[in-house]
Design a protein around this ligand. Structure first.
Ligand SMILES: O=C(O)CCC(=O)C(=O)O
Ligand SMILES: [Fe+2]
Length: 394
């Protein structure tokens, strides 16, 4: 969405970008499906169970090629009708895939498939430089105060490490300097490889000319764990009203600013429920974040109140956790080079619920103000009615 001042940012669509990258990497074919007539004939009861069979140990689907994530098949298997639980894996896979397909329109399915192929073509050719970055090791990734707070997992422990927790923009020390250095070096290695093999990569979203999607070259599982085990505990406490406790997907990328890179980032809202933004380095001046209040879709361009003006200066290793709909931008990086890790975290449950809601006064600053005005008018009307009738209730 691009209204007056604030532009909503979407991931660059994978459509069309899988081709023309000069890589020529082979894309594995989608697994040959088992004809549904076979599945139908053998298993009469075809209704999924509402409650999962927790005692059942599902098969693994990591080696199966499809447009859906293998973990979906694992989870869904526990909901299969009892007669199917011990069926051959291929039969279960075909059955579940047919059900899932009904919920993914043809266009989306083709887009997902192309993106999957794009990722595979990168990952089958790119050699990571620092393999240890692709799996979380708390002690080498995070500073002790952050590890401690997550371990305690209480509102109090989080508030202890956060500065200005009342503003809705929560900042805290998170990453070890050595981790930041290694990640920067991995990213530069990837960029060097991209240039050398003339691969055409997708940018993180429509507003960056530079920047790299980490999920596209092997970091997806690590960032997912980061979201589930290290972001979710905090967002559950600080952003429960926008699905902070049900984050279930993410978009993880790197932004780079400086000479010959992007200089600034325009005013926008993220395509996320909760965003984690961590500065990795290096040395720079400028590049401050400015925030201008949280807004729902309908009020994304409404005026800013003075108390909503927040400025934040990036410090390497320091994270900012904010509401995705908190309007913000980044000021020009005046000198040096700034590189940040961004994770847009999303909640499918919240997005579904949002479709049926009109009032977002539990988080949108403008809805809140409108509600207060309505309440005041109502109170005034009651008061004047009371005065008119002299307090008589008959
Ligand atoms: O440059 C920054 O720190 C902000 C990046 C940002 O807001 C975004 O990528 O959505
Ligand atoms: Fe943003």
């Amino acid at each position: 969405m691009s209204l007056d001042g604030a532009a909503e940012r979407r991931d660059e669509t994978p459509a069309g970008s899988g081709s023309g990258n000069g890589m020529g990497a082979a894309v594995e074919p989608v697994a040959a499906p088992v004809p549904l007539s076979v599945v139908r004939a053998s298993y009469g009861d075809r209704r999924l169970r509402l409650n999962p069979n927790k005692a059942h140990k599902p098969d693994m689907y990591d080696d199966v090629q499809s447009e859906f994530d293998p973990s979906i098949f694992c989870s869904l298997e526990r909901h299969l009708p009892p007669s199917m639980l011990e069926a051959p894996r291929d039969a279960k896979f075909a059955f579940m895939r047919e059900i899932l397909s009904r919920y993914l329109p043809e266009g989306d399915r083709a887009r997902v498939q192309r993106h999957k192929e794009y990722r595979q073509s990168i990952m089958s050719a790119y050699q990571p430089l620092h393999k240890e970055l692709y799996n979380i090791t708390s002690s080498s990734f995070f500073v002790p105060s952050f590890i401690e707070a997550i371990k305690d997992n209480t509102e109090e422990s989080f508030r202890k490490i956060i500065s200005e927790p009342s503003s809705g923009v929560h900042s805290f020390a998170m990453l070890q300097p050595s981790f930041c250095e290694l990640l920067i070096s991995e990213i530069h290695n990837f960029e060097k490889w991209v240039t050398a093999v003339k691969f055409k990569t997708m940018r993180p979203n429509t507003m960056n000319k530079y920047g790299t999607v980490l999920d596209d070259f092997g970091f997806e599982a690590m960032l997912n764990k980061l979201m589930e085990e290290f972001i979710c505990p905090m967002s559950k406490v600080f952003f429960p009203e926008v699905g902070g406790s049900t984050l279930d997907s993410h978009h993880g990328y790197i932004v780079e600013y400086g000479k010959d890179k992007d200089l600034k980032l325009d005013y926008h809202v993220d395509d996320s429920e909760v965003t984690l933004n961590v500065c990795l380095g290096k040395q720079f001046t400028g590049g401050e974040l400015f925030f201008r209040g949280v807004r729902c879709d309908q009020h994304v361009n409404s005026e800013t109140q003075p108390e909503e003006i927040i400025e934040y200066s990036h410090v390497p290793g320091q994270a900012v956790l904010h509401h995705g709909r908190h309007r913000h931008g980044a000021r020009p990086t005046i000198s040096g080079y700034r590189i940040n890790l961004i994770i847009w975290c999303r909640s499918s449950a919240f997005r579904e619920m949002k479709k049926y809601q009109k009032d977002f006064s539990n988080w949108c600053g403008h809805c809140q103000r409108e509600k207060r005005v309505r309440q005041r008018q109502c109170l005034d009307a009651t008061k004047s009615a009371f005065l008119r009738t002299g307090g008589s209730t008959s």
